[in-house]
Design a protein around this ligand. Structure first.
Ligand code: NAP
Length: 361
């Protein structure tokens, strides 16, 4: 027996925003976007504002979202939402603004600080959440997760089906402005999620089929899109792979690969998608000892595990981190060995194993 639940109304393709009637969601939107202004450069904001204006919907802009958004930013966004009388939220950008939009919507609706939401999870309710993605990586537009940075600097995932967006807009043209580093980081995040969803002990035939399709698209187009950044067909392929990766992890969750990556991002600033790449080959090789069939499915497109690792190395030659004993221990202590991410990974993972992985980087 398996189940599949993903209630997001997905609009994918060129000018996908044009068919959306924003009046269905409310009268005043809070638009949540990154502080770098990329949503202006890639025209997503322009398209959105035109759509809102055409329906007479007013809005406020909250354009302060940093990468790996902090609890403080969410609390600030929720105050802006409430004080302006907003009644729905629109996240525009990569995973950071999209996750922030989810959490702001919930914190505002519940009239709570974001930290309190982690206590009540499934009792959360939200205002309608619309997501417009401008990167091709996290798939956050179709997931029920918000990954946030706690007051003490740790990355913490908030997971509840109440956070599924109401509507997701994926228009690959918004990704044309991504510089090579963002294209690579985010594309590798999608690759990681697709592989992890196949490895996960709670994979299903549906998630496997989607993940294999996503991996084919990554194999076909990720290297090419770095070489030809304005090629819209390659951009579309990677965008579809990323959305598929979001749908698959909405069912299977991620694995220890993601868990190991969080301290690398929060302590030494390695971007999310690249942090996953630091350990994925080791975890896939270890998983093969326990679930060789799963690993075969996850790597077949690349000709096996070595092919997958070569594909990654060719686009992201991993730096040698040379972590000290103390750092390796500290990072390992942050891994919750009882979390779904760890328990759903084929293999046995204890503190020493995790510490050794960090020491080997
Ligand atoms: P991001 O942190 O949202 O953005 C990274 C950088 O890319 C920012 O400087 C951003 O600029 C820029 N950018 C975004 N779109 C662009 C475009 N079209 N052209 C040029 N630059 C652009 O990146 P991300 O990798 O998409 O998201 C990572 C976050 O998502 C992490 O916090 C991660 O933990 C989380 N995540 C969430 C899920 C989930 O299911 N919820 C899954 C995986 C990861 P601006 O400052 O202008 O925005």
């Amino acid at each position: 027996m398996f189940s599949f639940f993903n209630p997001v109304d997905l609009r994918f393709g060129e000018n996908a925003i044009s068919g959306v009637d924003f009046a269905l969601f409310g009268k005043r939107a809070l638009i949540v976007m990154g502080k770098g202004g990329s949503a202006k450069k890639n025209s997503a904001i322009n398209d959105l504002v035109n759509s809102l204006n055409s329906k007479g919907i007013s809005y406020n802009l909250f354009s302060e979202i940093e990468e790996n958004p902090s609890f403080d930013l969410i609390d600030k966004g929720a105050e802006i939402f409430k004080s302006n009388g907003c009644d729905f939220v629109i996240g525009v950008g990569g995973g950071s603004p999209m996750d922030a939009a989810k959490a702001i919507s919930a914190a505002a609706k519940m009239n709570k600080k974001v930290v309190e939401l982690y206590e009540i999870k499934d009792q959360i309710s939200t205002y309608p959440i619309i997501e417009i993605t401008t990167t091709s990586g996290t798939g956050s537009e179709v997931t029920q997760y918000a990954v946030l940075t706690s007051y003490d600097g740790r990355k913490l995932g908030l997971r509840t089906k109440k956070l599924f967006p109401t509507l997701a807009i994926v228009d690959p043209k918004y990704t044309l402005t991504m510089p090579a580093d963002v294209t690579i980081t985010t594309g590798l995040d999608a690759l990681s999620q697709l592989v992890e969803s196949i490895l996960s002990k709670i994979n299903t035939p549906i998630t496997d089929a989607m993940a294999v399709k996503g991996l084919e698209l990554i194999k076909q187009s990720l290297h090419q899109v770095v070489r030809e950044p304005s090629n819209i067909s390659h951009r579309s392929n990677v965008a579809l792979a990323a959305t598929l990766s979001g749908i698959t992890i909405s069912q299977t969750g991620t694995t220890i690969v993601h868990a190991l990556g969080y301290p690398l991002t929060s302590h030494i600033g390695i971007r999310h998608g690249l942090a996953n790449m630091m350990t994925i080959c080791q975890i896939v090789k270890n998983a093969a000892k326990f679930e060789p069939q799963r690993v075969k499915i996850a790597t077949e497109v690349f000709g096996g595990t070595q092919g997958l690792c070569d594909f990654i190395d060719a686009i992201y030659p991993r730096p040698k981190l040379k972590l000290s004993e103390k750092d390796a221990e500290e990072f390992a202590r942050e891994i919750d060995l009882k979390s779904g991410q760890v328990l759903n990974t084929p293999g046995v993972y204890d503190f020493d194993f995790v510490k050794e992985i960090y020491k080997s980087l």
